[in-house]
Ligand binder design. Structure first.
Ligand code: GDP
Ligand code: K
Length: 279
């Protein structure tokens, strides 16, 4: 039997627990993440000759990880071996949720997007365009309502399909001026045996632009550090001046925010707005 290991990631309250609890044939195991008193829920499902092992990560708003729970989720996503990410988002707050989705997509891992709570969007006359989202993001999308038990078992079918398929091509690119700088960072990263893989190097370069202190600590001890540190200083100054922002982290946030807005404009059909007059 083949084992598929899945990291289940999403912001708090998007319905991850509800989804896990309504999966058919799931065996649930509750423990702790090693070394910390943060609850670790694991789900085991057998289907079509596969054993699927899903680790429910603590709710996390951003890879910049501020709380201890977020740090546990980040550590797992960065360090553990798993085959793919299932990212659950709340359809009601799609635009805000997709900002984190984009940070996850930067990891260049296989990924499935689950848009949960579609019952609430539909109740208000809205509609999420699954095909459009898939086309724009370049990853599979499943619409679910854990409350109404809709779509949940499709997640497992998609996990198996995505596991067997080759990884889709990256569709998430930033402003050209940022991409140019990412390339420069990647070139130096490639000089180190740790960052030979192109996808991984790109991810690390983006995290460095996002001012990720955990990543900075890792590169600190490498022989390429001095060269990288000098280049980063220069890039930070250049981009901050060019985009008139205080930090390259803010620049990336703005980029993701704008992209996410644009995605939602195309993929979420809201009910027609009533005309309201100001007093
Ligand atoms: P988690 O923090 O991601 O594990 O979220 P929970 O599973 O605890 O869900 C948060 C809240 O949303 C709970 O009150 C759930 O009952 C509710 N909820 C979860 N999924 C759905 C859904 O598909 N539709 C609706 N309307 N509510 C949901
Ligand atoms: K809710």
């Amino acid at each position: 039997m083949k084992t598929i290991k899945v990291a289940l990631a999403g912001q708090p309250n998007v319905g991850k627990s509800s989804i896990i609890n309504s999966m058919t044939g799931a065996r649930l195991h509750v423990g702790n993440f090693s070394g910390v008193t943060v609850e670790k829920k694991e789900v085991f499902i057998e289907k079509e000759g596969y054993e699927i092992e899903i680790v429910d990560l603590p709710g996390i708003y951003s890879l910049n990880a501020y709380t201890p729970e977020e740090h546990v989720a980040k550590k797992f996503l960065f360090e553990e071996d798993y085959d793919l990410i299932v990212n659950v988002v709340d359809a009601n707050t799609l635009s805000r949720n997709l900002i984190f989705t984009m940070q996850l997509m930067d990891m260049q891992k296989k990924m499935i997007l689950v848009v949960n709570m579609i019952d609430e969007v539909e109740k208000q006359g809205g509609k999420v365009d699954k095909e459009k989202l898939e086309e724009l993001l370049g990853i599979p999308v499943i619409l679910t309502s854990a409350k109404e038990q809709r779509g949940v078992d499709q997640i497992i079918d998609q996990v198996i399909a995505t596991y067997e398929e080759p990884k889709p091509k990256n569709k998430l690119y930033y402003d050209e001026r940022i991409e140019e700088q990412i390339e420069k960072i990647v070139k130096i990263l490639h000089k180190s045996p740790h960052f030979k893989d192109a996808d991984y190097a790109r991810f690390i370069a983006i995290r460095l632009l996002d001012r990720d202190e955990d990543i900075y600590k890792i590169i600190h001890d490498l022989p390429i550090f001095i060269e990288l540190h000098e280049l980063l200083g220069k890039i930070y100054r250049e981009l901050e001046l060019e985009f008139d922002e205080e930090s390259t982290s803010d620049i990336l946030s703005d980029e993701r925010y704008a992209l996410s807005k644009a995605l939602v404009m195309e993929a979420l059909k809201s009910p027609p707005k009533k005309v309201t007059l100001t007093d």
